[in-house]
Design a protein around this ligand. Structure first.
Ligand code: ADP
Length: 494
């Protein structure tokens, strides 16, 4: 996905998220407030109805009511008594603090006798009226005019709450007092919170979207930096570094990638150095061979001494070249992590064989060799590769030990590991050299000047073998006294 489309996608998600969260909170608040107001309105109507019924039943009004109901039988509806009743009742209600309700009085055949205001005549509640008369119990009606949610877009209408109170008139007849409540105060409260609430909700949504976009922009910038770095690496540049500030996940990712880039860079450098060193090492014997070939061509025919010397030199240089090629091949093979065999073999027997071979090669130096006595030390690994690694160490020990010195190989088993220790009483290794001797083509100054014939590839090969075999190769050395190389290998290999 391209960055711009990711950005618009994230914007859409942010808007949706903000709308859902903030809208949900605002809507819930609105519903809770409206619901609360409805309950308050309901309580008000019940209180008013109760008080109204008490006032009507009151001793003081009994006579008026009586007079009024006496006049209900037709012609006397407009009698003075009815008018008096109509005048007195609202006055009494107002005196009782019941100005919010409207009132109507019906006779037992549900004929309207009296009402405080036109609004008090409520349509569509005949059933509840009849129910109240029949059961002599207070009933309630609610004439809804749209409900709470209707008020989200315009003024709210909570509807009209009506309480039907059945009454027994002093004359023994029945009537129905109807109290209607118009919750205009509650509606006004709901209407007054709508605007600030929506303003607040829209502002919160806007701030939320801006904040999400800002943080997303920051993340996208880091992602963009990563992409640029990847492109630079792809173009072969390994000197790039990502901005890796902050203790957050992206900072961690950038730091890991920087480490990876450094590693790749070091590896690429080492590769270049390796090719340069290998070419240089190969160029030396080739130059020697070419020089002696020219000598041979010029004087070889006439002078047998020159010819023999040239042939011997060419032979020496070509052997050196063959050895170098062999070493390079071993190194490439080991670092290529070729398949290891898993065979049972006796390490002690292999060590004895190695010592015998090295002793023969260095016979002229008069070295004293000692190795593992009789007895077996069995392990499972690749016997030839392990033998190669030990042979390199024993050969070095013999090579870097002056005439008459001692070279010893000791083996032991500790728990599930086998240790092979190759020690010598040779020239030792300086502390600075110790850090580098496992690098390819590294040779200490002393060994270089001694012209011992190595290429600085033995230890890197041995280390690659031991690493691949799941072991460790360590060295301890005291300059001028000798060195001890220790190979630690798992006894069994899975
Ligand atoms: P080389 O072919 O030069 O022996 P190695 O990789 O085997 O290459 O060894 C690297 C360097 O480590 C040697 O040139 C030498 O300086 C040092 N070295 C290795 N083994 C010994 C040893 N047993 N005693 C002293 N120096 C050693």
């Amino acid at each position: 996905m391209r960055r711009s489309s990711l950005r618009s996608w994230l914007l859409l998600v942010a808007v949706l998220f903000a709308t859902l969260v903030v809208g949900g909170v605002a809507l819930t608040t609105y519903i809770v407030v409206s619901d609360g107001m409805t309950i308050v309105a309901h309580d008000s109507i019940l209180r008013i109805a109760r008080d109204a019924a008490d006032i009507v039943k009151d001793e003081a009004t009994a006579s008026q009511l009586h007079a009024a109901t006496q006049g209900l039988d037709g012609s006397e509806r407009d009698s003075e008594a009815v008018r008096e009743f109509q005048r007195r009742i609202p006055e009494m209600f107002r005196a009782g603090g019941l100005s919010e309700g409207e009132f109507a009085f019906y006779d037992d055949s549900l004929e309207l006798v009296w009402f405080s205001d036109e609004r008090a005549i409520i349509e569509g509640v005949d059933e509840q009226r009849q129910q109240a008369i029949d059961s002599s119990k207070v009933t309630e009606s609610s004439v809804n005019e749209g409900g709470i949610l209707h008020g989200l877009l315009g003024p709210v209408h909570l509807g009209i709450f009506v309480v039907h109170v059945p009454l027994q008139t002093p004359g023994g007849g029945h009537g129905l007092l109807e109290v209607s409540y118009f919750p205009s105060q509650e509606e006004a409260v709901i209407d007054s919170i709508r605007m600030p609430m929506f303003t607040l909700a829209i502002s919160a949504m806007f701030i939320m979207v801006v904040m999400m976009q800002t943080s997303m922009g920051w993340v996208l910038k880091l992602v963009d930096d990563l992409r640029k770095a990847a492109e630079s690496i792809d173009a072969g540049r390994l000197d790039v570094h990502l901005p890796a500030e902050g203790e957050h996940e992206i900072g961690e990712l950038a730091r890991s990638l920087n480490k990876l880039i450094d590693k790749l860079s070091r590896r690429a450098d080492a590769q270049t150095r390796f090719v340069a060193d290998a070419s240089h090492e190969l160029a030396t014997p080739v130059a020697g061979i070419r020089g002696y070939t020219n000598i041979l061509r010029a004087w070889g025919g006439d002078d047998p001494e020159v010819r023999d010397e040239a042939i011997a030199a060419i032979d020496r240089e070509s052997r050196r070249m063959a050895r170098l090629c062999g070493d390079l091949l071993s190194l490439v093979r080991e670092e290529g992590r070729l398949e290891f065999k898993s065979e049972r073999f006796d390490v002690n027997a292999r060590c004895r064989l190695i010592l015998a071979g090295v002793a023969t090669r260095y016979i002229s130096k008069g070295l004293e060799f000692s190795g593992p006595e009789e007895g077996q030390l069995i392990m499972i690994n690749d016997p030839d590769r392990i033998e190669d690694a030990i042979a390199i160490l024993v050969d070095n020990a013999a090579k870097y030990t002056p005439d008459g010195g001692r070279v010893s190989v000791k083996t032991r088993r500790r728990r599930d590991n086998i240790f092979v220790e190759v020690s010598d009483t040779g020239i030792g290794i300086t502390e600075e050299d110790l850090a580098d001797i496992f690098d390819r083509f590294y040779r200490s100054d002393i060994s270089r000047s001694k012209e011992t014939g190595g290429f600085g590839l033995g230890l890197p090969i041995a280390k690659s073998i031991v690493d691949a075999a799941g072991g460790e190769l360590d060295v301890r050395s005291v300059e001028g006294k000798g060195s001890t190389f220790t190979i630690k290998l798992p006894r069994g290999r899975s």
